[in-house]
Design a protein around this ligand. Structure first.
Ligand SMILES: [Zn+2]
Ligand SMILES: [Zn+2]
Length: 851
């Protein structure tokens, strides 16, 4: 910073040597590159300070971008919000960590390689350079000394290290599971790569479901903690917490075994309403349920029908329409025995029962479940009511309410309330060994295997001799398992790494013989699950990070990103934090105390996209209006949590506003040179201007402390500037004291600094205020100066004094009258009476005549 001060001084001399009378125009094309060069030359400028700085810490973080090659307007908005906040916190005297990095693994790099023949690594780094340049051009105050690039071995080796730790603890495991398979790509697709049941790259190709052995991380072990933790995350938007609760989808219930009549098999059903089991009139199986398959083997006609149901289900699953599937079923002709009453009920197979949810089997209770009722109506199954409503009148079926319900026609359980019955009946099932109370989750373990090249290699090997099927972990000392550089990317025939002999062939850690490496790579959500810890110690070569450093900075004070990350990234990173805590690496339970999700940037009513042709490039805007106007518009045009409709006239408007500010500050910069001192109420004009200034400071300070209505913050700066313009003649006439003028322009520049840093830096230098505008104290508002003048007006009722009300000085009759009538004491006095007349003596008193 001292170095920068030196340079600033030199520039000052140069600029003051310019002709003094020449009117200067606001020129972002000159100002911005000048300051960019100054800031770029000082790597320590935005670097976080040590733990011994004596300042309170503040970790301000925006989600890291994927290096696609160019920042889009959504990025500009996201980072303008974070940058304004970081700069504000620096100005408030905090030790701020505001880092940046690159979520650099992923499929687009492979696609680009396929299309243009550029190796993924080269493509990625070229993009990183381009985007870094844009960040600098935008004046983003990032601490590049802790840059994280997830595709570099110094980062991904720790993904591998974490994987080994999780494998050791049984948190990483393999199992067969269904995957989306594109027969054209010859590879597995992530769910988000399946669009309307088709491959995102092959619009005509229907994606198939295949069984593949995959790696999983046992996130379900933390399901309850992930759910309960949401209650404590009060600094997170409620909508995100709700989405996570639904995603985890915890439901309490019971498992109950129905034996299959005439067979040794049992069907275990999961139900949340075991209290309704006397109303079960069938058992229903998923088409892929083992018992359904067994029946199908014995009956060819049945097999055909079950296969038909499975096809319907898969089609619905592929087009993401399972919730709306037209329900079909087939009666198998077999029976299951209800263990509570020994009743035989038919076994059906239905297309809407999923093998991978619950147990893949349900008991159907049409009287008390919407879906079962619909199915029973369609197929003429009996409907038997076993819950009575408390009001005793026969309820309309299906009757699904639980509160106030009482069991009827349920043997010894009749008369119990639903909640009590659920508990007792589940316990009874357990005691008699035909069931147990249980909890199920919608949350599934996290499948992390990808048959891709551009990702972290999974550090496992297979030895034909010692363990042909069981994976063995590589030794920690062997990490990183490097991704081979030269590779033929075809995106066909499974994992590309499988075709690289030098990668695949290795030696067995046990017997030293020939072994094969795992060729799957990790889901890129692994990279983003813990990157923000690495920022605290990005150059550590011995560990993912130093615990002391992480414990100093964590939890993140403010995390900012798109709501599209409400589920995956934000659940995975919470899980990762809990695993790291259990490994003794961190003390915090949650990664971020506060989360903010900004709205989208749209144009002509739609999200900007190449296909719609409505993309506005930040570079173009910067060229036309400057970076300050571009980023300030992104904050001004809408509240940050709402969608923003991009309108170029709006950017032009901000540019004109900044131009006005520039003209005013430059005009009075020599007055300002007198420097701010004690405020002086030399005139009414001066007092009014100071009042407006301190009101503006109060409002913006308040907005920064959590409301984040940056749009209204900026609007209030505009109002302040209007007020200054209105007083221009008074200033010129010498009616406003120099120290007032000085404070007004000094504070105005500071208020602008988080939003328009280039202009603030330039004006600060031009006016020769002392210190670095980005590190000096944020203006503190003076409540006395901010207060509106008020006068006290006595209020009488029928000539007797009741109270005194305060109104702004010079208020008109209507305002005074309204204040008098709204007063609590006055209200109490006139209650039940009729106000016949209100007499207002302006500035003196109010008298209410009542009867
Ligand atoms: Zn495909
Ligand atoms: Zn071996």
């Amino acid at each position: 910073m001292t170095e920068k001060g030196g340079k600033t001084a030199i520039m000052n001399e140069n600029s003051s040597a310019a002709e003094p009378n020449q009117p200067q125009r606001y020129s972002p094309a000159e100002i911005e590159p000048k300051w960019q060069a100054v800031w770029d030359a000082d790597a320590s400028l935005y670097a976080a300070e040590g733990h011994d700085s004596g300042k309170p810490k503040y970790y301000c973080l925006e989600m890291l971008p994927y290096p696609s090659g160019a920042l889009h307007m959504g990025h500009v908005r996201n980072y303008a919000i974070g940058d304004a906040l970081a700069r504000h916190m620096w100005m408030r005297g905090y030790n701020v960590l505001h880092p940046m990095g690159w979520d650099a693994f992923g499929l687009p790099a492979e696609n680009a390689a396929l299309k243009n023949g550029v190796p993924p690594r080269e493509w990625t780094f070229r993009n990183i350079e381009a985007m870094k340049k844009q960040f600098r051009r935008l004046g983003m105050a990032f601490d590049w000394s802790n840059e994280v690039t997830t595709c570099l071995p110094d980062y991904y080796r720790w993904n591998q290290w974490f994987f080994l730790k999780m494998f050791e603890r049984g948190l990483a495991y393999r199992k067969k599971s269904k995957v989306n398979w594109c027969p054209d790509c010859q590879t597995v697709l992530a769910n988000e790569q399946v669009i309307g049941g088709r491959c995102w790259r092959h619009e005509d190709t229907v994606v198939e479901l295949r069984d593949l052995t995959q790696w999983f991380l046992r996130i379900t072990k933390y399901a309850d903690e992930l759910l309960e933790g949401l209650d404590k995350l009060e600094g997170w938007p409620e909508k995100v917490r709700t989405m996570q609760r639904n995603w985890i989808g915890r439901s309490e219930g019971a498992l109950v075994d129905f034996s299959v009549d005439g067979s040794a098999e049992t069907v275990t059903v999961f139900t949340t309403r075991v209290d309704t089991i006397f109303g079960a009139t069938s058992v229903q199986l998923a088409p892929e349920h083992a018992v359904a398959k067994a029946f199908a083997l014995e009956d060819e006609t049945l097999r055909g029908k079950i296969e038909g149901l499975l096809v319907e289900q898969q089609k619905a699953r592929e087009s993401d329409a399972l919730g709306a599937i037209e329900k079909h079923g087939v009666n198998t002709g077999r029976f299951a025995v209800n263990p509570f009453n020994g009743e035989r009920v038919p076994i059906w197979v239905a297309n809407y029962i999923l093998a991978d949810y619950g147990t893949g089997a349900i008991m159907s209770v049409p009287a008390h479940d919407e879906r079962d009722f619909e199915f029973a109506q369609k197929y003429g199954l009996p409907v038997r009511r076993v819950i009575a409503a408390a009001d005793a009148e026969a309820p309309v079926l299906p009757y699904t309410a639980e509160e106030d319900g009482v069991l009827v026609a349920s043997g010894e359980w009749s008369g119990l309330e639903c909640a009590a019955a659920q508990e007792k009946m589940a316990a009874f099932a357990k005691a008699n060994e035909f069931g147990t109370p249980t909890v199920t989750y919608r949350l599934k373990d996290w499948g992390v295997s990808r048959q891709r090249y551009w990702g972290t290699p999974i550090p496992m090997v297979y030895c034909d001799k010692c363990s042909p099927d069981e994976p063995m972990p590589v030794a920690e000392s062997e990490l990183p398992i490097l991704l081979p550089e030269q590779i033929d990317i075809t995106q066909t025939n499974g994992s590309p790494l499988g075709r690289v002999a030098e990668f695949v062939n290795t030696t067995c850690p046990k017997c030293g013989g020939k072994a094969r490496r795992e060729t799957d790579t990790m889901d890129t959500f692994v990279d983003s699950s813990w990157y923000f810890y690495r920022y605290t110690d990005a150059k550590n070569a011995k560990a993912p990070f130093d615990s002391d450093k992480a414990n100093y900075w964590f939890p993140i004070d403010q995390y900012i990103g798109g709501v599209e990350h409400a589920i995956l990234h934000l659940i995975y990173s919470r899980f990762w934090t809990k695993v790291m805590r259990d490994l003794g690496m961190v003390k915090n339970d949650e990664p971020a105390g506060r989360l903010f999700t900004q709205g989208m940037v749209i144009k002509d009513g739609a999200k900007m996209s190449k296909s719609k042709g409505n993309v506005v490039s930040p570079d173009e805007m910067i060229e036309r209006y400057g970076a300050d106007a571009t980023r300030m518009y992104a904050l001004f045009a809408a509240p940050p949590d709402r969608d923003l409709e991009w309108q170029e006239e709006g950017v032009a408007g901000i540019s004109r506003f900044l131009s006005r500010v520039y003209r005013l500050v430059m005009k009075y910069k020599d007055v300002s040179a007198a420097k701010a001192g004690a405020t002086n109420f030399s005139s009414d004009e001066g007092r009014l201007l100071l009042r407006k200034l301190h009101q503006t400071v109060a409002k913006i300070t308040d907005d920064f402390s959590g409301r984040w209505h940056f749009n209204t913050s900026i609007a209030s700066i505009m109002i302040l500037v209007n007020e200054i313009s209105a007083q221009e003649a008074a200033i010129d006439a010498g009616k406003i004291a120099d120290n007032v003028v000085s404070q007004v322009f000094c504070f105005l520049t500071l208020l602008l600094a988080p939003f328009a840093p280039f202009l603030a830096a330039e004006l600060w230098e031009q006016a020769e205020y002392a210190g670095d505008p980005f590190r000096i104290t944020w203006p503190v508002y003076d409540p006395d100066l901010a207060r509106e003048d008020e006068v006290e007006i006595p209020v009488q009722v029928n000539g007797k004094l009741v109270n005194v009300v305060k109104v702004p000085a010079g208020s008109g009759e209507a305002v005074v009258k309204a204040a008098a009538i709204a007063d609590e004491k006055v209200k109490a006095r006139v209650e039940g009476k009729t106000v016949v007349k209100v007499v207002v003596v302006p500035g003196k008193l109010v008298n209410l005549v009542v009867k």
